[in-house]
Write a protein that binds this ligand. Sequence first.
Ligand SMILES: *Cc1c(COP(=O)(O)O)cnc(C)c1O
Length: 307
Amino acid sequence: MLQASPYPTSPLSHPLLQEMGVELEVARLDKIHPRVSGNKFFKLHYNLLEAKRKGHTQVLTFGGAYSNHIYATAFAAKEMGLTSIGIIRGEEEDVNNPTLEEARAAGMTLIGVSREKYKQKSSPEFLEALSSKFGSFYLIPEGGTNTLAVQGTSEMLTPTHQKFTHLCTPVGTGGTMVGLASAIDPHQSLLGFSALKGEGIKMEVEALMNNFGLASAGKWQVLTQYHHGGYAKWTEELISFIHWFWDEFDIPLDPIYTGKMAFGCWDLIQKKFFPPGSKILMLHTGGLQGNKGFTARTGIGLPSLSA
Ligand SMILES: *Cc1c(COP(=O)(O)O)cnc(C)c1O
């Protein structure tokens, strides 16, 4: 079993919140496990149990060179006594970046493939070539979103979260969003902040709800205006916000997911989106392992993990 640590939900205090008559708390899911943090813990949990149940000894998955999913899978598999293989987008590229270095140290076998080849990663030919090379494996899709992942993310909320009227989460593939949507109460609204540019994610989230046969008792919507240029892109404004948030609340954010969500949520508070009396919960979905690699790649300093 993956071992979950208790994590705090921290109330924030700031004059703006008082002025707007709202409460804001952060669920520190980033603290649920030292390596398998945030939503990745929940997305991997049932998948790895299923891999074991089916008698597999190894798992295989895909991701980018700085992927939180790759990093979490390496450590979660290790903890579950499984070996792991990571197919990484982009040949030779950054094979020594902090994310991949630590994944490799956790025992993951890393295979870099060209961007061209990576696009065919779900084709039967590509998967067959992989099993003739590595033997049988349990396959976890890129980003980790499948039925068992969504079963996991539907368990991210606890009874203590019922007091909130609004929940805020980052959105990548949407797997976390739909699990949460299926779990909220009728009086709750779920806001998903897309880390990607474009409106396509709205339809993808709808499709995931339908494909997994999910319904929501509450309201939910995906917001697409807080991507800051697109996936893994950033603006000066976003970086300043992350530093401000760290100084003000002592909570580290990452620039790929949680920074964009918190930026968007704070912006909506300023714009009086939330009626007075709202109790808002931000879900800190983790991703802090990527900060080291981001700084190495861009030279831009970020809040450190250890502080
Ligand atoms: C992967 C990730 C997400 C996105 O999750 P999806 O289920 O793909 O939408 C959000 N936040 C963090 C920190 C992540 O690592």
